[in-house]
Design a protein around this ligand. Structure first.
Ligand code: NAD
Length: 497
């Protein structure tokens, strides 16, 4: 399917009146307080829509509705094959509304429409479809216990799940929670990030249209400190699937301890090392991967390869290539299908990224590409793809997650040094290494402390492979059959006689 032209998207955007209300018990409703907040288009700084500002009172209503639906069995005790049919229909409806959802995502986040259309929306539908198809293939166990008993070990949904997600891939991240949580039979309260609530609100109606009973999926837009916190502390929420920053992930652990020891799955931040050694099989391919790995989605990617660790003998050759790609990548209007790099999600994120660029300069690293704000007359928040050379791993731009298009290049002499620096971080989400040496592949892929390791590639993924972190990048896995572990419990049933 070919993507509509820029003029079509702009006209649709001008006429758009998106739904901004919460979705509770099968209906769109305002927040009980009547409060709203604006959601902003970061490419223009203009308000797109007013959004219901849900707080603890709305959380209570949504959790009650989710609990009622769960205990009634209307979804939780449906045959897996029946749940599968609804999930597959839900995925079809997401795809059927691909243009509408891509426009909402592009406007809300400032990401290129082409990426939203070909990436985010399709990957969300694929995820819902994958878990729909998986759920009637998930078996329990029998235990070799004793001759007079049958011991069945069955998997059960945990109950009411809160899904709390970030703004960088709003629909895609939501689908990573909704897919396994709903397929397993849970009821879900989804809280999108305050910067990007539009697609989550919209798909609630699509889920209902697909046949998901009222109360099984509720969507509560609102702020983290109010709606998010109330979900984390709620005594009747059984589990939280969280994706976001490490700082807020730690808060969810505290909320759990302060309330009902709800289980928590955390997909948090990263500072992924992208290692290129002097026996790299293809330096052009590595340069393209390094650039895509930090400039894709304007660097607002949890597993962004934000630390380039390069061996000294190939440093100049590689950095010349990466800098050339960066200079060629001009941030532009996200609604133009030719645009490959969009905006930064919000003014505060924009200011934060620019302050890291200042910190890099102040710490003595040198900018070899970018380094400035772009498109200032747009009213939006754009930053040039930026490459720092001469970075030491103790500098702030090497230690902290910038979450913007800023690459920090660190030069090393040996593979051993590369591993030591790669692992010298609080994070452990992803890592990559480029080498032709099979022994190094074996050793380094084992030695890298990260939940995902790519060799001679970067950012590859499918639904069938798990995604998640080591160390302060969190625990638990999204995607693949492993994601069911977060949303299901094991029960041992002993039947005598
Ligand atoms: P964030 O932690 O600020 O917010 C994430 C979610 O938590 C939002 O819905 C927000 O409203 C909520 N929240 C914020 N403060 C809260 C509080 N005090 N109590 C309860 N809830 C609260 O993160 P962000 O800025 O939206 O997203 C960027 C972060 O997400 C980055 O650190 C990035 O690495 C991470 N991320 C991780 C993955 C992954 O799979 N590991 C994927 C995408 C993004």
């Amino acid at each position: 399917m070919s993507i509509p032209q820029a003029s079509v998207w702009r006209e649709r955007a001008a006429n758009l009146r998106p739904e901004g209300r919460a979705f509770i018990n099968g209906q769109y409703v305002q927040a009980r307080s009547g409060k709203t907040f604006p959601t902003i288009n970061p490419a223009t700084g203009q308000t797109i829509a007013q959004i219901a500002e849900c707080d603890a009172e709305d959380v209570d209503l949504a959790v009650k509705s989710a609990r009622q639906a769960f205990e009634s069995g209307v979804w939780s005790r449906r045959a897996p094959a029946e749940r599968k049919a609804v999930m597959l229909r839900f995925a079809e409806l997401i795809l059927a509304h691909r243009e509408e959802l891509a426009l909402l995502e592009s406007l809300d986040v400032g990401k290129p429409i082409t990426n939203a259309y070909n990436g985010d929306i399709v990957s969300a539908a694929t995820c819902i479809q994958w878990y729909g198809e998986a759920i009637d293939k998930l078996y329990g166990e029998t235990a070799p216990a004793a001759p007079d008993v049958t011991t069945m070990i069955v998997r059960e949904p945990i109950g009411v799940v809160a899904a709390v997600v970030p703004w960088n891939y709003p629909l895609s991240m939501a689908s990573w929670k909704l897919g396994p949580a709903l397929a397993a039979g849970n009821s879900v309260v989804l809280k999108p990030a305050e910067q990007s609530p539009l697609t989550a609100i919209r798909i609630a109606a699509l889920a209902c249209e697909a046949g998901l009973p009222a109360g099984v999926l509720n969507v509560l837009p609102g702020f983290g400190e109010t709606a998010g916190r109330a979900l984390g502390l709620h005594m009747d929420v059984d589990g939280v699937g969280f994706t976001g920053s490490t700082a807020v992930g730690k808060l969810f652990m505290q909320y759990s301890g302060q309330s009902n020891i709800k289980r928590v799955g955390l997909e948090c931040g990263g500072k992924s090392p992208h290692i290129v050694l002097d026996d790299c099989p293809d330096l052009d391919a590595a340069a393209r991967a390094v650039a895509a790995g930090i400039f894709g989605n304007s660097g607002q990617v949890c597993n962004a390869g934000s630390r380039l660790i390069v061996q000294a003998s190939i440093r100049d050759a590689l950095l010349d290539k990466v800098a050339a790609i960066a200079k060629d990548l001009v941030p532009g209007d996200p609604l133009d299908p030719a645009t490959r790099m969009g905006a930064i999600v919000s003014q505060s994120q924009y200011e934060s990224v620019l302050s890291y660029i200042d910190a890099g300069r102040a710490d003595g690293a040198s900018v070899i590409a970018g380094g400035r704000a772009a498109n200032r007359d747009s009213g939006g928040y754009f930053i040039e793809p930026t490459v720092f050379d001469g970075v030491r791993n103790d500098m702030r731009i090497a230690r902290e997650e910038i979450f913007g298009p800023v690459l920090s290049a660190i030069t090393v002499n040996t593979p051993e040094e590369a591993i030591a620096i790669a692992n010298d971080t609080i994070y452990g989400l992803a890592a990559a290494v480029w080498t032709s040496n099979v022994t190094r592949v074996q050793q380094m892929s084992r030695a890298l402390k990260a939940g995902v390791v790519w060799v001679n590639c970067f950012d590859r993924g499918t639904m069938s492979s798990p995604f998640g972190g080591f160390k302060q990048s969190g625990f638990g896995r999204d995607k693949s059959m492993h994601a069911f572990d977060k949303y299901m419990d094991w029960k041992a049933i002993w039947i005598a006689g």
